[in-house]
Design a protein around this ligand. Structure first.
Ligand code: CA
Length: 109
């Protein structure tokens, strides 16, 4: 799995990890993920796509934080749905397109 260090973090600030506090835009900003190359974003996508279906489904997305930090909590249903809705541009209920959806999550606050 990925580690916080992979994103240039020693550890994530508690504000990102507290229940119901997850904000994908803040996460992408603080983690530096928005500055990663498209190849790096694809690597993240492959790891998040645990069953290699080519899509990140809701069931996989809720483990988002755990992919970066061992022992991190799972996202709540609300957080997962909000994140998914932001990244799911074609409305099929999952994140696809080789992670490009994921890269485009970053946008105006
Ligand atoms: Ca999948």
């Amino acid at each position: 799995s990925l580690q916080a260090g992979w994103l240039g973090q020693k550890e994530f600030p508690p504000s990102l990890l507290a229940p119901e506090s997850f904000n994908h835009k803040k996460f992408f900003q603080i983690s530096g993920m928005s500055k990663k190359s498209s190849n790096q974003v694809k690597e993240i996508f492959r790891i998040l796509d645990n069953d290699q279906s080519g899509f990140i489904e809701e069931e996989e997305l809720k483990y988002f934080l755990q992919r970066f930090e061992c022992g991190a909590r799972v996202l709540t249903t609300t957080e997962t749905k909000t994140f998914l809705a932001a990244a799911d541009h074609d409305g099929d209920g999952k994140i696809g397109a080789e992670g490009m959806d994921l890269a485009e999550v970053e946008g105006p606050m």
